[in-house]
Design a protein around this ligand. Structure first.
Ligand code: ADP
Length: 290
């Protein structure tokens, strides 16, 4: 049976003070299981990004509780939150947040550098992540010279380079044409199926939402529906899966940390921290946006 990964109970988020107060979330309760693909949908301003930021521990709720692997997160110190975000979460945003003057490889390496991984190992793992997204041949290109779809591939490589449990994607296809967007979607769902990575996707894109196992619909800061897909989500990345699984040269999955079984054994936050002793205090979000 699937294990609960993230739980929210009565989440509220109020921005501003006094006359400028705005309740962006007004009591949100749900659980996300390991390995699920979940779309958070709703009109602009409904509270989707606010919810995603809380789930990703990028911001704190005004009220309510978020637990990760059954551990409350409210009292975690900034350093521990940084470790969890760096090691357990991957982020993919509509506007990429890449260092455009740096190379593809250095952009992908960044989370490993923050995690204190040594030079040779971080290079090896970044190249493996780029292979997974089929972009290792352009690793020395400047990020600035890439198309939108190529940039998003690099961002996905960066998101998976630390073998995360969860990928949070905020409108990942928002800046892409539909054909490119579809390829990016397929890539995300392949990672979900093959690596067991939980996908939490904020999107306006109904095609993308329809590919998720579950859709949580937010309106004015409240959940108005939470529905499971009536079909098995599409498996249209078949060819790519074969390549990943069957490619003997690929070292994509050779890190034993990467297996879902290994992740399933880590049922507490302390376990996550134990696996990552050399993390510095740099905040990945600030680093990424510089
Ligand atoms: P969505 O992602 O669904 O478009 P958001 O979560 O970004 O919605 O925003 C929900 C509401 O909260 C919006 O009305 C938005 O203007 C408001 N909001 C979001 N962030 C802030 C902020 N930092 N300060 C004040 N209001 C905010």
């Amino acid at each position: 049976m699937s294990k609960t990964l993230i739980s929210t109970r009565g989440l509220r988020k109020t921005y501003g003070k006094r006359n400028n107060k705005f309740d962006a979330l007004r009591g949100v309760t749900f659980d996300i299981n390991e390995g699920e693909s979940v779309a958070i949908i709703g009109k602009s301003g409904s509270g989707k990004s606010t919810l995603m930021h809380l789930l990703a521990l990028l911001d704190k709720p005004t009220k309510g509780e978020i637990t990760l692997n059954s551990h409350p997160t409210a009292k975690l110190k900034a350093r521990h939150l940084n470790v969890i975000r760096n090691k357990e979460f991957g982020f993919v945003f509509q506007s990429f947040f890449m260092n455009s003057n740096d190379t593809v490889l250095n952009n992908v390496i960044l989370p490993l550098k923050i995690a204190g991984v040594g030079y040779r190992e971080r290079r090896r793992r970044a190249i493996a992540a780029l292979k997974t997204v089929k972009f290792d041949d352009k690793r020395n290109n400047k990020a600035n010279d890439l198309s939108g779809g190529q940039k998003q591939r690099v961002c996905i490589a960066r998101a998976i380079v630390n073998n995360p449990k969860v990928i949070f994607a905020d409108e990942p296809t928002g800046n892409l044409d539909s054909a490119t967007g579809e390829k990016i979607m397929n890539l995300l769902f392949r990672l979900n199926r093959e690596k067991g990575i939980t996908l939490i996707i904020v999107t306006h894109d109904q095609d993308l939402a329809n590919k998720c196992q579950r859709q949580i619909n937010i309106k004015d800061g409240r959940i108005v529906s939470d529905t499971a897909a009536e079909f098995e989500p599409d498996d249209d990345g078949d060819e790519e899966i074969r390549e990943i699984v069957g490619d003997e040269d690929s070292d994509d999955w050779d890190d034993e940390d990467a297996t879902p079984e290994k992740f399933a054994g880590d049922n507490n936050i302390d376990g996550m921290l134990d696996r990552q002793p050399h993390v510095t205090h740099i905040d990945i979000d600030e680093e990424e946006e510089n």
